[in-house]
Design a protein around this ligand. Structure first.
Ligand SMILES: [Zn+2]
Length: 310
C-alpha cells in the first residue's frame, strides 16, 4: 500500500492524517494541541506523524501552514501563530527525519487547491478562493495550475490595497481589503461608530465578534446591518480587481464571516457589479460557498503532495 501523509498546522491544533491513493478518507487521523507559544512545536508535530507512520508505505508528506512561507524551500518565514518558527525549514527537517519528500504551502492556497480538486470547484479550470475570518486569505487556480508565484508568495489576496488612507491591516499596512472586510475589521468599525454615538442595540466592547454583530443585524439593528454592508462593499471592490487579474469561472468563499450569507453577499454583489471592469467577467461566473469546511487544509496538503510527487 502507498500512503501520503497530510498535515494541517493551525494556531491551536496540528492535525495529521494518511491517505491511500485516490482516496480522501483518511486511514488514520490524529489531532494534537500545537501549544504554539510553548517550545517544542516541531517535536509535537514529528511525534504526531510518528503515531500514524507505517514504515515502507508512506511516499510523501504535504503540509498546509499559515504563512508567509516559501513553498519552494519548504521554509516558514515568520508565522504570527508560532513565534519560534522564524525562517524555520519545516519541510527539510521533516524530510530528514522521515526520509520522504515533504511539500509545504500556505493554508489558504491549500484550501483553494482542495476545493478545486475535491470540493465546490471541481471541474473548473480557473478558480479564486477566499477565506474570510480573522484575516482574509486567498488561493488561485489559473488554467488548471496552482498559482504560487516566483517566491511562492502569490495569491495574498487579503493584502490587496483598496484605500491607502484606510484603516491599518493586521499586517501593519493601511487599507488592505482585510482591514475592511475581515471579522475583526467589522467589529472594529462597529466599536468606532458606537464610540462616535451611533444608536445600536450593541455595546462597545473590544471582544465584540462578527457573529454577535450578525445576530444584531438579523434583529434589524441598523449599525450592524451597515457594518456588513460596508464590508461587502469593499470586498466587492477587491473581487472586481481579482476578476480583472485572474478571470475565474468560479469564486469560492470559506471562513466564518462568509457564513453570514446575504448580510455580506447582497452588498458584495451589488458593489462587484458596479466596480467590475467589464460585465463579461460576470457571465457564467459561479459564486459559491466552500464545501470542505475544516478539512480543507488537510485535503489541500494531500492534493499538493500528490501533485508534486507525480
Ligand atoms: Zn495586510
Amino acid at each position: 500500500m502507498s500512503l501520503i501523509i497530510a498535515i494541517d498546522i493551525g494556531g491551536t491544533h496540528i492535525r495529521v492524517a494518511d491517505y491511500e491513493s485516490n482516496s480522501t478518507k483518511p486511514v488514520a487521523h490524529k489531532r494534537t494541541k500545537s501549544l504554539a507559544h510553548t517550545p517544542g512545536v516541531f517535536d509535537r508535530l514529528a511525534s504526531a506523524v510518528e503515531s500514524i507512520w507505517k514504515q515502507g508505505e508512506v511516499t510523501a508528506i504535504g503540509i498546509a501552514s499559515p504563512g508567509p512561507l516559501d513553498p519552494h524551500t519548504g521554509t516558514i518565514l515568520d508565522t504570527p501563530n508560532i513565534p519560534q518558527w522564524t525562517n524555520f525549514p519545516v519541510a527539510p527537517k521533516l524530510s530528514e527525519r522521515f526520509g520522504v519528500p515533504v511539500y509545504l504551502d500556505n493554508d489558504a492556497n491549500m484550501a483553494g487547491l482542495a476545493e478545486w480538486q475535491f470540493g465546490a470547484g471541481k471541474g473548473h479550470t480557473d478558480l479564486v478562493y477566499l477565506t474570510i475570518s480573522t484575516g482574509i486569505g486567498g488561493g488561485v487556480i489559473s488554467h488548471n495550475n496552482l498559482l504560487q508565484g516566483y517566491r511562492g508568495m502569490g495569491a495574498e489576496l487579503g493584502h490587496m490595497t483598496i484605500d491607502p488612507d484606510g484603516p491599518l491591516c493586521g499586517c501593519g499596512h493601511p487599507g488592505h481589503v482585510e482591514s475592511f472586510s475581515s471579522g475583526p475589521a467589522i467589529a472594529r468599525y462597529v466599536n468606532e461608530r458606537l464610540k462616535a454615538g451611533d444608536k445600536s442595540s450593541l455595546q462597545a466592547d473590544p471582544n465584540l465578534s462578527a457573529a454577535q454583530i450578525a445576530d444584531a443585524a438579523r434583529q434589524g439593528d441598523p449599525l450592524a446591518i451597515s457594518a456588513f454592508a460596508r464590508a461587502g462593499h469593499y470586498l466587492g471592490i477587491a473581487v472586481a480587481n481579482y476578476l480583472a487579474i485572474f478571470d475565474p469561472s468560479i469564486l469560492i468563499f470559506g471562513g466564518g464571516v462568509s457564513q453570514v450569507g446575504d448580510l455580506l453577499f447582497k452588498p458584495f454583489e451589488e458593489s462587484l457589479r458596479k466596480q467590475v471592469f467589464h460585465p463579461h467577467y460576470l457571465d457564467n461566473l459561479t459564486i459559491t460557498r466552500a464545501a470542505l469546511g475544516d478539512d480543507a487544509g488537510l485535503l489541500g496538503a494531500l492534493a499538493l503532495a500528490r501533485m508534486k510527487s507525480k
